[in-house]
Design a protein around this ligand. Sequence first.
Ligand SMILES: Cc1cc2nc3c(=O)[nH]c(=O)nc-3n(C[C@H](O)[C@H](O)[C@H](O)COP(=O)(O)OP(=O)(O)OC[C@H]3O[C@@H](n4cnc5c(N)ncnc54)[C@H](O)[C@@H]3O)c2cc1C
Length: 450
Amino acid sequence: MTTDVSVDDTEQGGDPLRTNRRQFLGLAAAGATLAAAPLSSASAARTKTSARIVILGAGAAGTALANRLSQRFDGAKITIIDGRKQHLYQPGFTLIAAGLKSANYSVSTTGEWLPRNIEWIEEAAAEIDPEAKQVVTASGKAVPYDFLFVATGLRLDYGAIEGMSLDLIGKDGIGSVYAGPDYAAKTWEEMSRFTDKGGVALFSRPATEMKCAGAPLKYAFLTDDYAVQKGTRSKSKMIYAAQNKTFFSVPIVSEKVRMLFEERGIEPVYDHVMTRIDPGRKIATFKTPEGDKEIGYDFTNVIPPMRAPEVVMNSPLPWKEGIWVDQGWVEVDKHTLRHARYPDVFAVGDIAGVPKGKTAASVKWQVPVAVEQLAAQIEGKESTARYDGYTSCPLITRVGKAMLVEFDYNNNLTPSFPGIIAPLEELWISWLMKEIALKPTYNAMLRGRA
Ligand SMILES: Cc1cc2nc3c(=O)[nH]c(=O)nc-3n(C[C@H](O)[C@H](O)[C@H](O)COP(=O)(O)OP(=O)(O)OC[C@H]3O[C@@H](n4cnc5c(N)ncnc54)[C@H](O)[C@@H]3O)c2cc1C
């Protein structure tokens, strides 16, 4: 199919991405709803095209893409494929698991965020064929495309931990913040029971890439804080099992976490990867360089390995060599998010095979880049839009305190408010970013307005 093109001649000046980051966080700090953030694609040039654009996944990235693409292109036939009726605001899971929000805080409907002028196929994609340029849905419907955006997020591989299953969450000291809002609420009940009396709390993270790599740390800090508040800290031992020799991929942040753990008496063990859990004996087994090690617990927050959903894993799209072969992330250029072998395919969000960026804050920066790359491709031009790896983690250290850690591919800290919000200081304003401002900002992103 040909993609006929014409372009309005409206132009944007300056560095829209840099300016917009400040505005994004500035409005976030104020808790504003971003109803009319400047530099949205609605005010940018609209490209006329009859291209068929298919988006896989209607989570944070897919929904933001649907809105941005429909604002950016005039005449495109946009289809989004996702069988999930609920939209989950996942950054809220930590607050639910901290007893600060109820489970419904994170739940809305998929449909309410999607633009009216696109088609939503309410089923999962079962097959991606980038040679034939089509997707096949679970019911066998073939959906041809000219351009494909893969935004399926990732799969929580609980099955990779022997003995672990979702029905264990909320019983016998087992929590799992990642599993969903109801499981996060059950995790809170377990954490609350634990901090009422004390014992051994065990925290860990998987050895795979993961979304919001700060979340395991946040939950260790929150559990410690509750134990202190309830007066049971002296009766508690807290262990954090790191999957390698660090706590975070950015060295300076990792060192700061090490210092905070030391200050707070959270005992680290290194090179520990959970492989098994025995709920009856309350023992977790870890693979270590010295062989298997068992650690007993009274409370644990299980975080499973994370991989691409099967539909992506079984397609030709993942990296074929390198460290991610068993994880299935899509092989894209880390700056343009365009597939290395299929130039009509982009990957955005958690599924993108890039070295940083599995956060909603990264989605915010990835989506406009991918959309501008596509616009230039359709117009037969080169785009200068680049994703620099921007990732942001409001790293909660206590109820009411957080460090707003922002960084890029080069492990540079990239504070949006230099001199105002210090990235490695535990601040109330950074806590407010997470607790109050992040959700309206996220919602504005879904609408393509931030
Ligand atoms: C506990 C926790 C805390 C977090 N905290 C933060 C935070 O503080 N700040 C932050 O920025 N980020 C945070 N995140 C990360 C953030 O939520 C994710 O990075 C973000 O949601 C990624 O968006 P996505 O669209 O790639 O994936 P998702 O939002 O997960 O959406 C993926 C979508 O793809 C769909 N899908 C899957 N398979 C298929 C298929 N076969 N066919 C069609 N559709 C499919 C799913 O149904 C889903 O709707 C946190 C996440 C968790 C779990």
